[in-house]
Design a binder for this molecule. Structure first.
Ligand SMILES: Nc1nc2c(ncn2[C@@H]2O[C@H](COP(=O)(O)OP(=O)(O)OP(=O)(O)O)[C@@H](O)[C@H]2O)c(=O)[nH]1
Length: 212
């Protein structure tokens, strides 16, 4: 049973591998900013869930068809994550100054990491069915010091992850609590993915293709 991962996220790949699934990575190259702007021009401001779900679906749909001339024969997964604090929705900070602003605002407080999931049954090279679902986890931050914020930003890690933090890497000590599926925070809720495969009639253990 092949799973195509329409994501360049190293964390999503690591999660699937640790869960016994070796996917085939097929980057989607979706222009996320343009997609959100177009959707909001038509529908007005998107909620965090609506945004991550839209992007997850677009990423999965973007890789349908062929890969190296071969029809994709298996399941295609697209995901997206965003962090919500006080009603504002954040992606990756990219810049140190932005990451610092985020940490000064979020330290000692609780925000929500939303992840979107879209799974397409593309067996035999055709789209048979697609299912999707969002997941959200509450994340509580330690009251980190200015010096810790500066040192963390200097590592570069917070610049390219949603919400400017990780729970499974250098950011781990700065997270005091997660309420919800922890893998949602990392970028792909494994529990949600299991449910989606179930909706497509696929038992999760049948996906295990990687010796641990
Ligand atoms: N390791 C780790 N990564 C995180 C965490 N929180 C968010 N991320 C990553 O932050 C990134 C959010 O950006 P996305 O746009 O969803 O995904 P991406 O990395 O750009 O990759 P694409 O799916 O190709 O767009 C993802 O790679 C997530 O895995 C975390 O706690 N740990």
């Amino acid at each position: 049973m092949r799973l195509y991962l329409a994501s360049t996220s190293p964390a999503r790949l690591a999660l699937l591998r640790a869960a016994g699934i070796e996917p085939i990575v097929v980057p989607s190259h979706v222009d996320e900013t343009a997609a959100v702007l177009a959707a909001e021009a038509e529908h007005g401001p998107l909620s965090a869930d609506a945004m991550v779900q839209l992007l997850a679906r677009l990423k999965a749909e973007a890789v349908r068809g062929t890969l190296d001339g071969e029809q994709l024969d298996g399941f295609i997964f697209g995901g997206d994550s965003a962090f919500e604090l006080d009603g504002a929705i954040y992606g990756k900070p990219h810049e140190p100054e932005v990451a610092r602003e985020r940490w000064l605002a979020q330290r000692g407080r609780t925000g929500h990491l939303h992840s979107g999931h879209w799974l397409i049954d593309h067996r035999n090279g055709v789209e048979n069915q697609a299912v999707g679902r969002t997941a959200v986890a509450a994340v509580t931050f330690a009251d980190v010091t200015d010096a810790e914020i500066d040192a963390y930003i200097a590592t570069g890690e917070p610049l390219e992850v949603a919400g400017a933090f990780t729970i499974d890497s250098l950011g781990g000590p700065f997270i005091t609590r997660v309420d919800g599926d922890p893998s949602t925070v990392v970028g792909l809720s494994l529990a949600t993915l299991r449910v989606l495969f179930g909706e497509l009639g696929v038992e999760w253990p049948s996906l295990w293709n990687r010796a641990l």
